[in-house]
Ligand binder design. Structure first.
Ligand code: UD1
Length: 345
């Protein structure tokens, strides 16, 4: 353990966005310490992270619910700041099982804040989502847009944000940045880490790559009768490598004099891409074919949403550098490597 480095506790650090952030932190000279219960991550992600970073990855296997254990981890590694990813994120599942979401997403943050408070750690980057905008009135969406929720998952993110708003009022030293992610996509250039949901993916890009790889029969586009340019929904797809970088910038910002006790910042590209555009660009960029058809709308889908990303540039000096094409290429590279790997086992 390099005592000179700032140690960052990364809850959910073995997951999709967490693992890419561990790489970004290492490259920026921080020492990440992963806390993950691997409910939605593969244990061999740690080996793959070691291969990418060529360093030993520090990892503790636990959920965030064990406050005593969190306190001992904070002490053991002399934790300087925390990035909190650990949460459940499947909208449909949250509708069927809201308690699971209340318990994990609300309980996890409460337990973490208790441990941080008792051990005097007062820097937190929180993983929020554009889901808190519900059906936005204006696009591109700024951080001043009214917040609401469409699902128990969205509700938990909103309550998490509000909990932090109230917590910082009571804790003078505490500083936090709430990052509202738009749609994270893509994979690390090495092809060693990427998005690999357990079971059938609900998000668009893993469904596209798994269909192209022959794991799924066909991609069903959820509706083409929206009031958008081509009738399919529009989203702001942000490359996960850019998104990971935003967390490093947020930590550096918290450490600067300029940071207020709480900042809410959109992390997106500022551009909207339709589902059909995603499919067409995937097929042309990755030079492959895709079996897809139009199906009915998916309940709860917002027709169009993309970020006003100006505040991220202003406050964090962060902006997206990679394109949707980069994301599609890297996701396909990852998918192909993983299929190969699975067939070798
Ligand atoms: C979803 C959640 C969002 C959450 C995010 C987490 C909903 C309504 N929103 O975002 O709250 O923060 O995941 O990752 O679930 N699509 C298809 N066919 C598919 C899959 C998706 O056509 O098989 C379409 C969807 O209808 C949507 C677009 O692709 O228009 C993106 O979908 P998805 O990747 O699920 O993301 P969101 O719905 O934007």
């Amino acid at each position: 353990m390099d005592k000179l480095k700032k140690h960052i506790l990364v809850t959910g650090g073995a997951g999709y966005i967490g693992s890419h952030t561990v790489v970004a932190l290492t490259e920026a000279g921080f020492q990440p310490v992963i806390l993950d219960d691997f409910r939605n991550a593969h244990p061999d992600v740690i080996d793959r992270l070691e291969e990418i970073t060529q360093t030993q990855i520090l990892c503790e296997r636990s959920s965030c619910h064990d406050t005593d254990l969190l306190e001992s981890i904070i002490e053991k590694y002399n934790i300087w700041g925390v990035i909190h990813f650990a949460a459940d994120k499947a909208v449909g599942e949250s509708v069927e099982n809201p308690l699971k979401y209340f318990d994990n997403n609300l309980g996890g943050l409460i337990s973490l804040l208790k441990a941080m408070k008792s051990k005097g750690v007062h820097r937190l980057v929180f993983s929020s989502s554009c889901t808190v905008y519900g059906l936005p009135k204006t696009i591109p969406v700024t951080e001043n847009e009214e917040v609401s929720y469409n699902s128990p998952y969205g509700f938990t993110k909103l309550i998490n944000e509000q909990m932090l708003e109230q917590f910082v009022q009571a804790e003078e030293q505490f500083k936090t940045v709430l990052l509202r992610y738009f749609n994270p996509v893509g994979a690390h250039a090495s092809g060693l880490i990427g998005e690999e949901p357990r079971g059938v993916p609900t998000n668009l890009l893993p469904f596209i790559t798994q269909t192209a790889a022959g794991i799924r029969k066909e991609l069903v586009v959820h509706g083409d009768d929206y009031e958008t340019s081509d009738g399919t929904c529009i989203r702001d797809y942000i490359h996960v490598v850019d998104l990971a970088e935003a967390h490093v910038k947020a930590l550096e910002f918290i450490d600067s004099d300029k940071s207020a006790s709480l900042e809410v910042i959109n992390i997106g590209t500022g551009n909207g891409t339709s589902v059909k555009e995603m499919i067409d660009t995937f097929v042309s960029t990755c030079d492959t074919s895709l079996n897809w058809r139009i199906g009915p709308r998916r309940s709860g889908d917002v027709p169009a949403i993309y970020a006003d990303a100006a505040l991220a540039k202003e406050k964090l000096n962060w902006e997206a550098k990679l394109t949707v094409k980069d994301a599609l290429r890297s996701a396909w590279n990852y998918q192909q490597k993983r299929v190969q790997k699975t067939s070798e086992l």
